[in-house]
Design a protein around this ligand. Structure first.
Ligand code: ZN
Length: 133
């Protein structure tokens, strides 16, 4: 399948946005029943991860933990004001992979795929590639 790009408008300086529903739609549209779904974010101040989808405090805890490690108002050499966002993006990572079986993403009951915004609000692209195999 060719690369599929979606656009997400983030609303806050830092937030996690659940994009699992979109990923499920892209997998369904692909017609792939067994394979992989790769998700990549082509930005240096945003990331993609998988985490719990039930208690919203998990998302906030993750943001709080990252903030304690890399404070937004810290002193950095990169002077654009978003050095913390670059660091957080690298700590979380820019891609994930999920298996596909029986045409469905193989995610745990409590797992969702999240776009992680660290320097919003912005318009972000997220790339998906579904591969059979
Ligand atoms: Zn920067």
């Amino acid at each position: 399948m060719s690369l599929k790009t979606i656009t997400v408008r983030t609303e806050n300086p830092q937030q996690l946005i659940d994009i699992t529903h979109t990923a499920r739609l892209i997998v369904r549209e692909s017609g792939v029943t067994r394979g992989t779904c790769q998700v990549f974010i082509p930005h240096t101040t945003a990331a993609v991860t998988i985490n719990e989808n039930t208690d919203p405090n998990v998302k906030q805890d993750l943001l709080n933990i990252l903030e304690s490690v890399v404070p937004s108002k810290g002193t950095y050499l990169h002077t654009e004001g978003n050095a913390h966002a670059h660091a957080k993006a690298s700590l979380i990572g820019s891609s994930i992979m999920v298996f596909i079986e029986s045409g469905q993403l193989v995610l745990g009951t409590w797992q969702s795929i999240y776009l992680c915004e660290f320097d919003g609000p912005r318009t972000r692209n997220v790339l998906f590639r579904v591969t059979a195999g």
